[in-house]
Design a protein around this ligand. Sequence first.
Ligand SMILES: O=c1[nH]cnc2c1ncn2[C@@H]1O[C@H](CO)[C@@H](O)[C@H]1O
Ligand SMILES: [Zn+2]
Length: 363
Amino acid sequence: MSDLAPTLETIRTAPKVLLHDHLDGGLRPRTVAELAEATGYRELPTTDVAELERWFQAAANSGSLESYLETFAHTCGVMQTEQALVRVAAEAAEDLAEDGVVYAEVRYAPELFVERGLSLEAVVEAVQEGFAEGTRRAAERGRRIHMATLLCAMRQHARALEIAELAVRYRDVGVAGFDIAGPEAGFPPTRNLDAFEYIRTSNAHFTIHAGEAFGLASIWEAIQHCGAERLGHGVRITDDIKTDERGEVHLGRLAGYVRDRRTPLEICPSSNVQTGAAPSIAEHPLGLLARLRFRVTVNTDNRLMSGCTLSSEFAELVDAFGYGWADIQWFTINAMKSAFLDFDRRLDLINNVIKPGYAKLPN
Ligand SMILES: O=c1[nH]cnc2c1ncn2[C@@H]1O[C@H](CO)[C@@H](O)[C@H]1O
Ligand SMILES: [Zn+2]
């Protein structure tokens, strides 16, 4: 492994794994503008591409999850046709592959794309077609990426069981799991118990956005009542970790449980700073959680709203915490171990793509 400190440029060449990325939070700014024009969406704050890019980041930089989420009205607004969905999904696969991501689970809520009459099935099929197309185009440029899909239900709507059924119905064609997203405060995960039970009894996988805008109660419900396999964000688990006067760290029972069970935390540093879940990257709880050997993974959440890539998230962590290549490989293998992919294929990616990739980094 290279002795040189990782830089944005070299991180881009290393194989990476992404578990938490929203399709409707990752559009290219130019695509938002072009799709608005093509589909007759008139609500954009501006049609100038550079201004639009700045607008999304500034508007998402709001300090609260609720106002952060308002920016999605515009991305979802331009994603109401099959063609638009195919294009957005294809570009997502291409952009991730170009950034050196070798395995990605990209999520979205099908119920947000039915305003102009698409069925939930048509939405899923369009996105799968786009992922296949983007994967093909990336391969032509010598980039291999495996794209998997997670279907989200929105916490504030009451369609979770229906979306869970959809996820199971499409599991053999690339839908790897289920999630709930949207505002956390006031919408505890237990409102959707029937959906989670359906997923579990179908031997399917799910993660839950929990411990981002709301604290321990949300994480506890997600894990102990719903049976979540992973936590979307989960950063508020630090509310159950105390450091005493001597500097010794003590885990409460829930934090201990999460660490003992190796429950993966899908941490998204820049997004957390924007929504106020963390004060800054340098003070982000990821540093403590990684030091305590929680199963930490690094993710983008919304590349458009945060103006980030997975590589830029790692580069920020390198600056803030002094991480080296061994740490980046650790986060990457953590993510690959936690993926909703068959065990033999996870092992294959770890042994035949990730480890050799880090072994031959430039030095
Ligand atoms: O960090 C987040 N926390 C909760 N919900 C989110 C986050 N980022 C995006 N979404 C929500 O998930 C939907 C499906 O992709 C998006 O439309 C957005 O409303
Ligand atoms: Zn998210």
